[in-house]
Design a protein around this ligand. Structure first.
Ligand SMILES: Cc1cc2nc3c(=O)[nH]c(=O)nc-3n(C[C@H](O)[C@H](O)[C@H](O)COP(=O)(O)O)c2cc1C
Length: 201
C-alpha cells in the first residue's frame, strides 16, 4: 500500500496492534487492554462483553476466562469470535474476527500463577455466569476454597485461555471531518496470505 505510513506502517498486523496498545498504555485512564468480545449463541443471537487481552502473540490474541461461562459455551460452540479495542485517548480502534481455540496448557498455568493470590482464589470461587443467591454466598465460597487450596492454588480445570487466530484485522484512526483512515488485513484461512486494503471511512 503506497500510502500506508505513519501509525499504519508495517506489513505485520500483530506488530501494529502491539504498537498501538503500547501507545495507548500511558494514555488510557485504565484497562488499555480491554476488548469488547463478541460471540454468538446456539440460536445465532449475538452477545458481547468486555475482557482483558493478555497477549498479542506472533499470530494470535489471547484472553482468559471461566470455561463454564456463557462466553466459553458460545466460543466453544461456534469456534469463532470477534472483538474490538477502542482507545478514546488515541481515537483509534482495532477490530478482529477469527477462529477460536482453548489455551489450557502450560501457558495458561503460567498466566494463572502470575495473578495475585486473591484473584487465583477468586477464579476457584466464582461459577461465572451461574445464578448466585447472594454476595454472602460468594464470600462463603471464597472462604471455602481458601481453606481448601491454601496459598498456592493450582489453575482450576474450569479456567483458562482462549486464543483468537484472526482472518481479519482492521485498524481505524480518527480523521478530521469524519474522514477517518481504515486499513484491513484479510485472508481466507489462518494459513493464507494477507490481503491489505484501505477502506472508505
Ligand atoms: C474492563 C473489564 C474487563 C473484564 N475482563 C474480564 C476477563 O478478562 N475475563 C473474564 O472472564 N471476564 C472479564 N470481565 C467480566 C466480563 O465482562 C463478563 O461480565 C463475564 O466474563 C461474564 O461474561 P459471560 O456471562 O458472557 O461469560 C471484564 C469486565 C470488564 C468491564
Amino acid at each position: 500500500m503506497a500510502d500506508r505510513s505513519g501509525i499504519f506502517a508495517g506489513d505485520n498486523p500483530f506488530e501494529i496492534a502491539r504498537r498501538w496498545l503500547a501507545e495507548a498504555e500511558p494514555e488510557e485512564l485504565n484497562d488499555p487492554n480491554a476488548i469488547a468480545l463478541a460471540t454468538v449463541d446456539a440460536d445465532g443471537l449475538p452477545n458481547a462483553r468486555m475482557v482483558l487481552l493478555k497477549d498479542i502473540e506472533d499470530a494470535a490474541f489471547v484472553f482468559y476466562t471461566n470455561y463454564g461461562s456463557a462466553k466459553a459455551r458460545e466460543l466453544d460452540g461456534a469456534g469463532k469470535a470477534a472483538f474490538v479495542m477502542h482507545w478514546k485517548s488515541l481515537r483509534r480502534q482495532v477490530r478482529v474476527r477469527g477462529l477460536v481455540s482453548r489455551e489450557d496448557g502450560p501457558q495458561a498455568d503460567d498466566y494463572y500463577a502470575s495473578r495475585s493470590l486473591k484473584s487465583r482464589l477468586g477464579a476457584w470461587a466464582s461459577h461465572q455466569s451461574q445464578p448466585l443467591a447472594s454476595r454472602a454466598t460468594l464470600m462463603a465460597e471464597v472462604a471455602r476454597v481458601t481453606a481448601q487450596h491454601g496459598t498456592s492454588p493450582k489453575r482450576p480445570p474450569f479456567w483458562g485461555g482462549f486464543r483468537v487466530t484472526p482472518v481479519e484485522i482492521e485498524f481505524w484512526a480518527d480523521g478530521a471531518f469524519r474522514l477517518h483512515d481504515r486499513f484491513v488485513w484479510r485472508r481466507e484461512t489462518p494459513g493464507a496470505e494477507w490481503q491489505i486494503d484501505r477502506l472508505s471511512p
